[in-house]
Design a protein around this ligand. Structure first.
Ligand code: G4P
Ligand code: MG
Length: 181
């Protein structure tokens, strides 16, 4: 599959766009829940624009023998969901909505704790069939960019960040920006 390289600066612009959309939408969330590891850096960047605390959760698709499972298992969860989620407004943050397995599973788990509202923010939403629907209670979904189904190379996975930057030039962006376009 063709790769799409992305720079930190491009991600910064995308996060800024998401923050502006959240603010103009009037969604005042109590805190973020970042899905690790991909959601960690985007959540931190978003905090620069909307300064709310970040909680983190972890999911894995591979068991200890490195065998892929059908359903993700939780490797880290909230220590006090009654205080952290129940009756609160939550923004769930991840880097990419790909098959939506992880995000969908995480949303279902968070909804069992009776939040006042949950919204989703992702940098990139791939235009492809999804394994799960966004639950109907979730009415706010902030996607920075809608993407073709390509493999995205994130700057935090790069060993040579200067080479990453050079490859992250979009003279002909294979993307559509629903926020600015
Ligand atoms: P989704 O709910 O976010 O759509 O995730 P899905 O289960 O489909 O994806 C499985 C893993 O593959 C996720 O990582 C996701 O971040 C990663 N992934 C999907 N598409 C891309 C891509 O284009 N580029 C990169 N770099 N990663 C992608 P994970 O298992 O949660 O781990 P982590 O990488 O976030 O630590
Ligand atoms: Mg991820």
């Amino acid at each position: 599959m063709e790769k799409l390289f992305i720079s930190y600066n491009q991600i910064h612009e995308t996060v800024k766009g998401i923050a502006q959309e959240i603010q103009s939408d009037g969604f005042a969330f109590d805190h973020m829940v970042a899905i690790g590891t991909g959601g960690f850096i985007p959540a931190h960047m978003l905090k620069t624009f909307i300064n709310r605390p970040i909680l983190t959760v972890g999911m894995a698709y591979y068991d200890l023998n490195d065998v892929k499972m059908d359903v993700p298992v939780i490797t880290q969860w909230l220590d006090d969901p009654e205080n952290q989620i129940t009756g609160r407004r939550i923004l769930l943050v991840d880097e990419v909505d790909d098959t939506r397995s992880t995000i969908g599973y995480c949303l279902e788990k968070l909804l069992t704790h009776d939040p006042k509202e949950i919204a989703v923010a992702v940098l990139h939403d791939k235009d492809k069939p999804k394994t799960r629907e966004i639950p109907p209670q979730i009415t706010r979904y902030y996607r920075g960019l809608k993407m073709e189904d390509r493999w995205i190379c994130y700057p935090w996975d790069a060993e040579d960040i200067w080479a990453q930057d050079k490859q992250a030039v979009w003279s002909d962006p294979p993307i559509e920006n629903p926020i600015t376009s």
